[in-house]
Design a protein around this ligand. Structure first.
Ligand code: HEM
Length: 509
């Protein structure tokens, strides 16, 4: 099942050397940050031979101080990731559903940047872990950057953003032991029946993709599209890999994590460097906005998929990755994706999770990268310019015309509002309050988990049950185990029985 590229590692090393190795001699002058020549880069200045260092050694001071500041805070989730550039090409007419300019004509191409990631571990964690994978796309459209910040899973563990920090605390390293703890992971899930569908997904075969190239991407949330006539539709995005789905089982994942923690980074880098460009076909499921209110389950519930029988996949276009970043820190670590970067014709649905994310990301970027992160080349619009009255702040680098006014409205031909809402308004009723998302006639937390289980072959079910039992059996408290077992029983009685038997067997050993 483990995919290997057709060429040997040695060939790749030779290719990289050819592209990146400098010429043996140089006429370039080594300088300080201020541009002054450096006389000696091997010996620091001392008071006499063998004496203490001199404070006047500007080069030493600057070099050490600069080095101390090389790291920025890592992402609080999705810290470990890999990026690539490419393009999106429209293959099918979707103008009946959205007026988004970059989707407005068959053949239209838009440049993009993508970042794949694992979720739970810190920077340096293994790529082949059992974990959802981030699938974040930044389309550099002529109407501004559109960020579609999805995962390789069509659903998620929770449905209210208020639970997200608790959820992530339970899945990341424990503050005392400094490592992920099955007690915390499963205790949170014991209290979150809505996670049963995503747990079934994660513990199944797709929980460890063989590489970033061999997995699908999903917008996961329901989004809103608006066409030129102002009609609204709800949509779900599906990027289907053209490389085919390939996964690792638990033993293969553990082996690869040990042998090459950077396995997925290596695979993506080498594939693109060799000209084997990975691609995905984008499909959408579309629901006319008027149908949402009476759909049999809440269509904005992130823990559920829309059955294809209700809303078939409609092809939109092709995403191709054809260029590696030149510098991982500048372009991947400093890339910033935010679900609230929409373009005209695309907007949010009332999904509470999505609404919470509309705040969380840009806030994280201001903390992690600073208020002017949008001026960094990977984040700045490429097919248009940002033109507004936001000014100054730490590391501001935008140069403005000396006559440009920094307030609005003004009488000096500064940028003015368009008066065109990006997307159609959402109809609302009721009172403010801490409400759960509304339940529709057939809503419950378990039926789709059961459907996913019943879709699996016998072998897949065996692996799923073994993966769940392997984690759950390590939990120290029986009541936490029992609560989790009840969720699998509710999804499907056979599913519940098999997990229960496997857990009991492991706990008796
Ligand atoms: C309310 C729920 C959520 C909150 C509050 C949240 C918050 C965050 C934050 C703060 C980051 C780090 C951003 C950065 O520092 O650049 C992040 C990264 C990310 N999140 Fe979420 N998240 C949520 C749910 C989700 C869901 C449902 C998905 C997928 C459907 C998702 C996909 C991602 C991805 C792909 C990244 C990495 C983006 C990158 O590559 O830079 N998140 N999230």
């Amino acid at each position: 099942m483990l995919h290997t590229l057709p060429h040997a590692e040695a060939d790749f090393r030779a290719l990289v050397r050819k592209v990146t190795m400098p010429k043996p001699t140089t006429t370039r002058r080594l300088t300080t940050e201020a541009g002054a020549p450096i006389a000696d880069n091997q010996n620091s200045a001392t008071a006499g031979v063998g004496g203490p260092l001199l404070l006047q050694d500007q080069h030493l001071l600057e070099k050490l101080a600069r080095f101390n500041r090389e790291r920025i805070p890592e992402r609080v989730v999705h810290a470990r990731g890999s990026g690539a550039y490419g393009y999106f090409e429209v293959t099918d007419d979707v103008t009946g559903f959205t007026r988004a300019d970059f989707l407005s004509a068959v053949g239209r191409r838009t440049d993009l940047f993508i970042r794949f990631s694992t979720v739970a571990d810190n920077l340096g964690g293994p790529d082949a872990a059992r974990d959802p994978r981030g699938f974040a796309v930044k389309f550099y459209t002529e109407e501004g950057n559109y960020d579609l910040v999805g995962n390789n899973t069509p659903v998620f563990f929770i449905k209210d953003p208020l639970k997200f920090p608790d959820f992530i605390h339970s899945q990341k390293r424990d503050p005392f032991t400094g490592k992920q703890e099955p007690d915390n992971v499963w205790d949170f899930w014991a209290h979150s029946p809505e996670a049963t569908h995503q747990i079934t997904w994660l513990m199944g075969d797709r929980g460890i993709p063989a590489s970033y190239r061999h997995m699908n991407g999903y917008g996961s949330h329901t989004y809103q599209w608006t066409n030129a006539a102002g009609e609204a539709f709800f949509v779900k995005y599906h990027f289907k890999t053209n490389q085919g789905i390939r996964c690792l089982d638990a033993a293969q994942g553990a082996e690869l994590s040990g042998k090459d923690p950077n396995s997925h980074q290596t695979d993506l880098l080498q594939s693109i460097e060799r000209g084997v460009y990975p691609s995905w076909t984008l499909y959408v499921q579309i629901m006319p906005a008027a149908e949402a209110a009476d759909y049999r389950f809440n269509p904005f519930d992130l823990t559920k998929v829309w059955p294809h029988a209700d809303h078939p996949l409609q092809r939109v276009g092709r995403l191709v990755l054809d260029r590696n970043p030149d510098n991982v820190f500048a372009e991947v670590e400093q890339s910033a994706f935010s679900p609230n970067n929409f373009v005209p014709g695309i907007g949010p649905s009332p999904d509470k999770m999505l609404q919470g994310r509309l705040f969380a990301y840009a806030d994280a970027h201001r903390y992690r990268l600073g208020v002017n992160h949008t001026q960094l080349p990977v984040n700045a619009p490429k097919a248009t310019v940002a033109d507004n009255y936001g000014r100054d702040g730490l590391m501001a680098s935008n140069a403005y015309d000396r006559h440009a006014k920094n307030y609005e409205p003004n009488s000096y031909s500064g940028p003015a509002q368009s008066d065109q809402p990006l997307s159609a308004p959402l109809a609302l009723t009721g009172h403010t309050g801490t409400h759960a998302a509304p339940a529709h006639a057939k809503d419950d937390d378990f039926f789709q988990a059961g459907e996913l289980y019943r879709l699996m072959s016998e072998d897949e079910k065996n692996r799923l049950v073994a993966n769940i039992a392997g984690g759950l059996a390590q939990v120290s408290r029986d009541d936490v185990v029992e609560k989790n077992l009840a969720h699998f029983h509710a999804a499907d009685p056979e599913y519940g029985k098999r997990v229960e038997a496997a857990v009991h067997e492991l706990r008796e050993d």
